[in-house]
Design a protein around this ligand. Structure first.
Ligand SMILES: CC(C)=CCC/C(C)=C/CC/C(C)=C/COP(=O)(O)OP(=O)(O)O
Length: 284
């Protein structure tokens, strides 16, 4: 029995390493063309996956987290510099309380797991950002998120941007308010704003660059590809400001079913439209 177990684990390791070898080979071939700098994902279909396979409640989200880590590994190996995920929208807080609690508990558990030695984040030197209105999170989740951001702040191989308590409209509103406040304090510091005077009209409006500086997503360039799983083609209030030139891809697979073939297909399509995308970006 001992010999059998040893042989089985040897074969397991061998097939793992030959798979990794073939993956590296495939990525080498893909790297002949341009590699996207930034991939964004809407993780749709976790509950449907749990229903499809008659799993317990919350198991779809657990499976979804495993897919995320796998994909993160492939992205790091391929040389993608930024991966953004829509993990929880502000609208998701309107779901049934026990469901919200279930996702938050999972999130807390997984954020703590990200900092462990065996995690993809540690192994590949990933910098983690939490993007969104973090004040809306419970104290334990927010503190864990802040701890993960601090602990990974020196990592620079790739960045994982986790959008939680996020919607685009909230991000844009936040950036607009912050930019107006910047402008007002700039005018006040010049000592020119009189009582009752409308500074923005007289001293110039806020600049686009300033608004973008205050976007939660300001830490990353605009995404090149946005993938929404489960065949849905809506943006659902995700990265509306940042996706004007990006490629949209909506495979039929539910999020926990996403795999390397989807990534490769997305990259091949990106390479096909890359010249047009570059041209469109120059015209912005
Ligand atoms: C730390 C970290 C990154 C954790 C991420 C955990 C994770 C996988 C969160 C996904 C949450 C979510 C609401 C997904 C959407 O699927 P859905 O619930 O809307 O499923 P449906 O589309 O089938 O209804």
């Amino acid at each position: 029995l001992y010999m059998e177990n040893q042989a089985e684990s040897f074969i397991g390791r061998l097939s793992q390493s030959s798979l990794a070898y073939m993956r590296r080979l495939l990525f080498r071939v893909l790297s002949v063309g341009p590699i996207p700098n930034h991939l964004a994902f809407i993780l749709d279909g976790n509950r449907r996956y749990a229903r499809k396979w008659k799993l317990g409640e919350g198991m779809g989200h657990r499976a979804g987290f495993l897919s995320l880590m796998c994909l993160m590994k492939y992205c790091c190996e391929l040389g993608v510099k930024y991966v953004t995920i829509y993990a929880f929208s502000i609208d998701n807080f309107r779901r049934k309380p026990h469901e919200v609690q279930g996702v938050m508990d999972l999130m807390l558990e997984k954020i703590e797991g990200l900092l462990k030695e065996e995690s993809i984040v540690k192994q590949y030197g990933v910098r983690v950002y939490f993007i969104g209105n973090l004040k809306l999170l419970s104290d334990p989740v927010r503190l864990a998120a802040e701890k993960a951001m601090k602990a990974t702040s020196n990592n620079n191989s790739c960045a994982l941007l986790i959008c939680v308590a996020y919607t685009s409209t909230d991000e844009i509103l936040h950036a607009a308010v912050e930019s107006c406040e910047d402008k007002c304090s700039e005018i006040r510091s010049l000592g020119r704003l009189q009582n009752g005077e409308i500074g923005l009209e007289k001293y110039g409006a806020v600049s686009l660059a300033n608004v973008e500086k205050h976007m939660y997503m300001g830490v990353a360039p605009d995404p090149d590809i946005l993938v929404r799983t489960s065949g849905e083609t809506r943006l659902s209030n995700f990265l509306l400001w940042q996706t004007s030139t990006c490629l949209l891809y909506s495979p039929k697979a539910l999020w926990p079913e996403i795999g390397m073939r989807h990534l490769v297909w997305a990259v091949l399509n990106f390479q096909r439209i890359h010249p047009y995308m570059e041209k469109a970006r120059k015209q912005l």
